[in-house]
Design a binder for this molecule. Sequence first.
Ligand code: NAD
Ligand code: WQD
Length: 335
Amino acid sequence: MRLLVTGGAGYIGSHTCVELQKAGHDIVIYDNLYNAKSAAVERISKITGKEVPFIKGDILDEKALDEVFCRYHIDAVIHFAGLKAVGESVEKPLLYYENNVSGTISLCKAMARAGCKKLIFSSSATVYGMHNEPPFTEDMPLSTINPYGATKLMIEGILTDLAAADKDWSVVLLRYFNPIGAHESGLLGEDPQGIPNNLLPYVKRVAVGKLPCVNIFGDDYPTPDGTGVRDYIHVVDLAKGLLAALKALETDGTKIYNLGTGNGYSVKEVVAAFSRACGHEIPWRIAPRRGGDAPFSFADASRAKKELGWTAQYDLDRMCADAWRFISRNPDGIQ
Ligand code: NAD
Ligand code: WQD
């Protein structure tokens, strides 16, 4: 297949492009480089030994999208492009609704004009909200508590309505849990700008000495060691899940899959695993709880296993070892 990958220069997108090319698919990356560098595209090419067509463009720019669909015959779109910082979404809700929701509508309109009606959307475990008991199954009631999550929920609804209205559409909604880790080559990985919000990027900065200490947000949750439990998944496993999900585009309608391991690890377990990976102690201290954090989040990953034949393979030690290789070789991120 030839796949248009929006946001393909970003963290999950770049790893997915490697797996797509390795599996023999042709790709075209479309990214405005808001949160990525063009060097990431060069690194995909370095890993796979294949050319990577790249177009710098915005999903809000329908004219530019029309040109892409005119220039390439695209069989399906894998849609990663979006903004993802929960705190920023609270401060700048219009930016998030416009970029994520309006951007997805622009993309779908351009796809419809081009007669390309197969779409894989990057949703998030955040849509399970605060009221469900894990493991989360795909048919649980959904809710969100921040604008970022609301954009994911709205887009899921829009795409479901679209596929119901026109039987030519095939939509796959993938709910990612907590992707961490990096490509084993040490060439691709995640290193966000500024002070990181998410746990792994923060731990990595402490490990390389750029931040003094990990703040563990609360140790009084009803979890085995009192710290928050999450379903961390190796980004390469996630990328392989995306590859497996292409199969689900063969039939019309909307399909929904969790992409997680089904296992939960606590914050303290993550810090300990990263210490093993980097070979030295990571300093940490207990800080107050962060607002909006649930004690537990982990997937029921059985639907993806049954219907897509996919399960995650890598354990937490491997996730941390690969993340450490990337950050120690690229202390200033991908340049
Ligand atoms: P990322 O920021 O690394 O990648 C997103 C990419 O989209 C970036 O390269 C950015 O430049 C691009 N982009 C943003 N707005 C754009 C626009 N208007 N037009 C074109 N390109 C645009 O993020 P990621 O971690 O790779 O996440 C990819 C997707 O998966 C996002 O939609 C995110 O919400 C979703 N997701 C991520 C996580 C996570 O923890 N990383 C978890 C669940 C879901
Ligand atoms: C993990 C655990 C924190 C930072 C977020 C988004 C979600 C999805 C994935 C996109 C929690 C604790 C964190 C720190 C800490 N993204 N923590 N100290 O909150 O599960 O999910 O990323 O869709 O929508 O909300 O991930 O990495 O921020 O936190 O103790 O400095 O680590 O309290 O228990 P989260 P996270």
